[in-house]
Design a protein around this ligand. Structure first.
Ligand code: DGI
Ligand code: FE
Ligand code: FE
Length: 193
């Protein structure tokens, strides 16, 4: 089986987990991740696989996602204290390991950290995270500035992206998962050199 056939199979599995709108987003992320991977010199096949799977359980019932997190040993203990919007990334990595036998740790980490980021993200993790922010279907205030930054560099673009998310959460007076701040600070530190 070649890469294209393998991806088609993954898309068939992904289709059963989500509505058409979420699938359309997923396919946009896959295309964008492949493009960014080529631009920034990471394995485009791994980027495509991680992107296809990145929101695998996003539309699963909350209780099912919580169960997965509670039965997985390497999920941060405080995750459940923060927005359920961030749970699907850690849970998704574990679920595709169990259900689709994805064993590549680089791919699993790209899924696991696509929402919150983490300190010292790999280039593959950055590519999937950024692709999620700027795929063609995304429309939110500030998205075009992130797309512009992506031309200069992936760290610049991610600083713009995390600044956007943090501002949005603070504006709503929502909690911010501390790792999101740490990721932002780490990237700003890299840019300041
Ligand atoms: O799954 P997607 O909608 O494609 O995108 P995502 O995985 O980046 O989900 C991000 C959502 O989670 C976004 O609407 C903001 C929300 N959120 C809530 N708390 C946090 C958070 N995002 C981050 N990065 N950190 C948080 O603490
Ligand atoms: Fe997501
Ligand atoms: Fe997404």
């Amino acid at each position: 089986m070649n890469h294209e056939q393998y991806c088609e199979g993954l898309i068939e599995s992904v289709k059963r987990q989500m509505n058409e709108r979420r699938l359309h987003h997923t396919l946009g992320v896959a295309r964008t991740a492949k493009e960014l991977a080529r631009r920034f010199g990471v394995d485009p096949e791994k980027a495509e696989i991680a992107a296809i799977l990145h929101d695998y359980c996003k539309q699963w019932p909350e209780e099912k996602i919580r169960k997965v997190i509670e039965t997985t040993t390497d999920v941060p203990e405080d995750l459940l204290l923060y927005s359920k919007e961030i749970w699907h990334a850690h849970a998704g990595a574990e679920i595709v390991r169990r259900e689709l036998e994805i064993e590549d740790e680089e791919i699993l980490n790209a899924i696991r950290y696509h929402t919150t980021g983490r300190i010292e993200m790999s280039l593959l993790e950055k590519v999937v995270c950024l692709a999620d922010y700027i795929e063609p279907g995304r429309k939110y205030p500030g998205v075009n500035e992130i797309r512009r930054q992506a031309v200069s560099g992936i760290d610049q673009a991610l600083v713009e992206a995390f600044a956007n998310t943090i501002s949005f959460l603070v504006q709503r007076k929502s909690k911010v998962y501390p790792v999101t701040f740490l990721t932002y600070n780490n990237l700003v530190g890299k840019l300041e050199g």
